[in-house]
Design a binder for this molecule. Structure first.
Ligand code: ADP
Ligand code: TRP
Length: 335
């Protein structure tokens, strides 16, 4: 049985979500959030949501959750998610996400979930009381995706496995009950799908404490930049820019001329990693300045921000309710 096709839609649809889990970092920005804005502006139909139900797997403080949701909404709007072009909403506003999770749970083999890295990593990190929610996280994520029948799911490389699990679950449902879900494709940014952390060794991640934050104050960002791990080549010696984390981070923000000029300084010698860090800090602060200002402006009118999320939820609900009706019909819950 061939899965239903999305080609009848004229515009391709993207869908993605980000967990409200604290201040966002350069990995989130380049690997996911900035890419979402680019795709939104490329004319695709776009759905972006704040995955607040997912945050329940790790965070048990209601006040912190509320604050993190607000912060993430501000971050997204400040960097250019435009409610006229994107259906921008909060996952928990759409009750179909939780409802369909039960239905898909009942066709998902446990062994798929045992392979999923969010749970495996937590166990490997020694988390003894990992919740059933964390174990089931990929099914909720599969529902988040499948309910909106997107063509593409833009995420960082680390989330590719979860999108593949969503495809597996969709295939299983379609085989058991009949075609409902088209199979979505993960869409990973060609060059920014895996941003290295300040340790220069692993993926930038809140869990590894190797981040540079997008919107933190200058003092915090300075500390993070100065903490980037570099090798011990003396100041006077020539250096290979491509092997250096400071240079690679600078490249994320700089144009070609600026990159070439910095690379020439590295190769010439007499230029230390401390000098490069100062340049990176300046660049970072300059790059995020307009977004920071926009964020401050938005923050002054939180009613407007909440209203955007409410209107986004109204639009998202139309699609979610239509998919739920199809599923209820297929599984026989609508007597
Ligand atoms: P974290 O690992 O810090 O908890 P999340 O899991 O909340 O990050 O990721 C949110 C989004 O940002 C996801 O789409 C994820 O793939 C992307 N992302 C996270 N870290 C990176 C990174 N270092 N490089 C590229 N993309 C990333
Ligand atoms: N699991 C994703 C993350 O940690 C967030 C997420 C939840 C998501 N549901 C999604 C991403 C659906 C894309 C599509 O970043």
């Amino acid at each position: 049985m061939t899965p239903p096709s999305t080609t009848s839609q004229i515009k391709k649809r993207i869908l993605s979500g980000v967990q409200p889990s604290g201040i966002q970092h350069l990995g989130n920005y380049f690997g996911a959030m900035k890419y979402h804005v680019e795709l939104q502006n490329s004319g695709m139909e776009s759905f972006i949501f704040i995955a607040d139900l997912h945050s329940l797997t790790a965070l048990h403080d209601p006040l912190i959750r509320k604050q993190m949701v607000i912060d993430l909404a501000l971050d997204y709007l400040a960097i250019g998610i435009d409610p006229d072009k994107t259906v921008f909403f909060r996952q928990s506003d759409i009750s179909e996400h939780a409802e369909l999770t039960w239905i898909l749970n009942c066709v998902t083999p446990v062994n798929i979930l045992e392979q999923a890295h969010a749970y495996k990593d937590a166990v490997a990190r020694g988390v003894k009381d990992a919740s059933a929610g964390l174990f089931d996280y990929p099914v909720l994520m599969a529902v988040d995706i499948l309910i909106y029948k997107p063509d593409f799911v833009p995420v960082g490389k680390d989330q590719k496995q979860h999108v593949e699990i969503a495809r597996d679950i969709a295939g299983k449902f379609n085989r058991v009950y009949g075609n409902v879900f088209p199979l979505p494709e993960p869409k990973i940014h060609e060059t920014h799908g895996y941003i290295l952390g300040t340790d220069g060794a692993s993926k930038m991640s809140k869990s590894y404490g190797n981040v540079i934050n997008m919107f933190a104050d200058e003092k915090t960002v300075k500390k993070q930049v100065m903490g980037i791990v570099t090798d011990s080549t003396p100041v006077e010696d020539p250096k290979d820019p491509d092997k250096d984390t400071v240079y690679n981070m600078y490249s994320l923000f700089a144009g070609n001329d600026e990159k070439n000029s910095l690379a020439a300084k590295y190769r010439a010698g007499g230029f230390g990693y401390g000098d490069a860090k100062k340049l990176l800090l300046e660049k970072l602060m300059e790059y995020f300045r307009p977004y920071r200002e926009e964020r401050e402006r938005l923050k002054k009118n939180m009613d407007h921000v909440k209203d955007i999320l409410k209107k986004g939820a109204e639009k998202a609900r139309e699609t979610a309710a239509a998919t739920k009706a199809e599923v209820w019909e297929k599984v026989g819950l609508n007597i």
